[in-house]
Design a protein around this ligand. Sequence first.
Ligand code: ADP
Ligand code: MG
Length: 700
Amino acid sequence: MKPAAAGPSVAPGLAACLTDLPGVGPAIASRLGKLGIQRPGDLLFLLPQRYEDRTRLTPMRRLRFGQRAQVEGEIVSSEVLLRRRRSLLVTIMDDSGSLTLRFFHFGGSQQAALSPGRRLRCYGEARPGPAGLEMVHPEYRVLPPSEEVPLALSLTPVYPVVEGLAQGRLRKLVDTVLDAALRAVPDWLPQPQLRKLSLPSLASALETIHRPPPDADIAALLAGVHPAQRRLALEELLAHHLSLRRLRELGRREMAPVLDGDGPLIERFVAGLGFALTGDQQRALSDIVADIGRPTPMLRLLQGDVGCGKTVVAAIAALHAVAAGRQAAVMAPTELLAEQHRENFRRWLEPLGIGVAWLSGALRGRARSSTLAAIGEGEAKVVVGTHALFQEGVEYHDLALVVVDEQHRFGVHQRLKLLEKAGRTGLRAHQLVMTATPIPRTLAMTMYADLDVSVIRELPPGRQPVKTVAIPEERRSEIVERVREACRAGSQAYWVCPLIEDSEHLPSQAAESTAEMLSTALPGIRTGLIHGRMPTDERDRTMKAFAAGDIRLLVATTVIEVGVDVPAASLMIIENAERLGLSQLHQLRGRVGRGASASTCVLIYRAPLSHLARERLDVLRRTGDGFIVAQRDLELRGPGEVLGTRQTGLTQLRVADLLRDADLLPAVQRLAGELLQGPGSQVDDLIERWVGAQARYGEV
Ligand code: ADP
Ligand code: MG
């Protein structure tokens, strides 16, 4: 959860200082500051992270592991345990069953109050304990003996907390501010548009969100799709979109070197490739060449499915910089991917007499200082590396082009930082960002509004589509057989054990035990293991051994998701496929089908599949086109499922969810158009309210 933005005039008429609020002194004010709250009005935009449903009681027998629920029952026992850690165990019972409450911190009076015979109402999360389900430190109240205590009438909001600022305190503060300022909060969205979308005003949305009325649609609120939430999501998406358009305008005012490169070098390069560029590659390239031939910085996103050949396009762009006597930098998100680029660039450029320099965090000592010198003196024309390319102490002579691969691993703001790096000549470098994440058009237009987009849809000729099958886990032994055959036939295989969030096992453990199972089942086939918790150099060593063919079967977590290129691998096995996002599955599948032989992707699932899960796996079986997969992903995701920001490279959003709220994107565009025509102040105010510090950072 990100702190709220400290907006201007969020609510005029309200006291200007936090310390003017009742009960708030400097200590509390500074804790509120940690939540991004500078002024009382900011509390209106401190949005609940979730809701607790205390409108009903759950029978203890019906409690499920991981469920947050309210229960009520009579204390049947209460004892202090002096095992490893002193704890108070209280057992309560209702008509349906019993539940253990466990306290590690408790005082004498608390212990006395929790004595047998008393009735308790508790709210907490059910977890497995030594003797059935238990709740650790639930919130509770002792009920008076004979009186009926009514249940809550509506959902209880839960705010993000910081140390020293309890939930109850925060709720009271928000309440105070709501009473004082709600009516005065400025609403910058045009009412007619909101009515068309059947969305409420800002004041009414905020009120519903902070104090859901008893008749509010509880299911909708819990799923984040209530009109009140959608109203705020719309405003948040709009603010981000507007801030990107502002950035874009700022970029247009900068000057960039004109790279209207010389033909012969490029012709020699293309002639040496051994293949012809596809039509889409050529089109993307001419977009790029047109951009960098102008004195304003290019900001272009090159989007294309895995294996479509973005790297060659980037190399030609880099050659344009070299031909103009300037420098190009190529950045990849991991050491492994950066090395792959280094090898490709060396293979392509060294025959032309162009050296390729290398810079990564692992480079130290003399090698590092001589590379830095070559970069600083402009002797290194093409520099490939990780984000180390843009760290403190790296000074370019005249950087003219930055290529950022798999940009979804980097944020928008890292992008801005890169721009600053070219500053010495007073000129900004052109930027080409590449991604294999297929982003549907409306999403790209809204959330990459600061970028132009070129798309490569066509794959190089001769690629064989990856055959995709879904198989229940009971038939795992058949799959093991398939691996044996594939490896015997000289091929290689991946076996991916993804991170499963609510499992008790760490993903690395899942991968470890799978690797063990496979090496026992497949003696004679060299099996390697990589996961995110092992040291990078060990991971790299294993990956290299796999790329060299020394390891035939690679068991991995999803760390191999991006960009890894081992053409001899033709079999991809993915465990728990029903739990992964379609786009992620598609990325993983893209690790095979890169060579000449026919490839297969096996999706292992746990039966029974829900209707939705079946439909999702079917999408993958039917199509290999990443754009169709992404589009269906948008359509099929149920409410509440979240697209990792990692997948899109977009900033963390507070209320909006790009997939869940995708249908609002056209409205975001319309509203942006309308607001940009009006006086600019509303645009500034919206950006400040929702994007705040991030947008300001963009301007430095
Ligand atoms: P990605 O877009 O996923 O980064 P790459 O740039 O790694 O894809 O390209 C995948 C492979 O396809 C590379 O081996 C590359 O040399 C090859 N390739 C690229 N363009 C073509 C083409 N037009 N014809 C044939 N092979 C190509
Ligand atoms: Mg690539």
